[in-house]
Design a protein around this ligand. Sequence first.
Ligand code: SAH
Length: 376
Amino acid sequence: MLHPWVFAGEVAELPEAAPGSLVRIVDARGRQTGIGYLNPRSKIVLRYLARGGVESAEGLWSRRIREAIARRGTYAGDAARRLVNAEGDGAPGVIVDDYAGWLSVQLTTAGSECARDEIVAALAQTRGPLGIYERSDVPERALEGLEQRTGVLWGAEPPQTVEIREGAARLLVDVREGQKTGLFLDQRENRLAVSGYARDARVLNTFAYSGGFSVHAALGGAREVTSVDISAEACSLARRNLELNGFPLDAQRTYAQNAFDFLRRSADERERYDLVIIDPPAFARGRSSLEGALRGYREINLRGLKLLEPGGVLVTCSCSRPVTREIFREVVQRAAFDAKCSVQIVEERGHAGDHPVLLQAPETDYLVCLILRVIA
Ligand code: SAH
């Protein structure tokens, strides 16, 4: 099926080459199947960068970067976009996000690490950014035998916060120390969609991070917005973002609290909302943590549903890789059973369009976003 990864057990022989080197990959009959990079220290020993009888590995990385950027087309200079989405763009190990001209880069594998200079040069030439900042502070790097790394790769250092525009919203992004590369760009189109359900609503946004969903709900005409996140830094950014978008102070509340506790307490106190958003971090990383994760999803979705007014809307997400669309629907269905309510699926959504998923690597399709309405 032409998956871009090759596991250790699938290879007869690996050449003597430094981790991250580009090598020709040949099948049992000696025919070249492509060019990829190797890492004998990782369970995934080879990752394809090109298929078939490509002659040379020269310039392959820069070509991948240029092509990915070209596919994004043009967009406003103050917008934020994912420019390179790893496997989904044929560039395994490379994530690049553009925040109004400031590029935030994650190199997650030995192959992309080795190609750092070529990748940075291609980004500098193609996008003409203000600066390129590395955010390779991700745990996956340990699986590749790599240390974490952050810092300026090219050009100027990004300011403390960069202001970007997302639809009608203005959002502050901390490129240097924010979560992920600064913002959860995979949720961009879902945040835009949510504003359409917010008119006159009392809104609860849990796992709010910097309040992206809260701001879009506010701009969509929400009466009142409550944001909850366990991180105090995230909450302070959420407050600043609501203020930046002109949302009145007396109509917003922000709590630096555990969302599980907040949801439980609100349900006990019989609070009611018209729109509840649940966007937790990945509860399951691998299959071994799946069962616990499903219990977590069931619990928060049950509590979220119980907080809704009749006719209210639940926006609920999972970014756990082992939790497929089918599994997530099922777990939310169980939550609806426990909550004793009938729920309609209004929209079933996924990543933003600039986060393409490779058809042959379905495990890279991780984000599910259901928009549901309680009908009885
Ligand atoms: N919806 C956000 C992204 C959320 S990411 C957006 O659109 O930008 C998940 C968030 O959950 C992170 O900000 C993290 O700080 C927070 N978080 C993790 N565990 C939590 C918990 N137990 N309670 C509340 N927030 C939590």
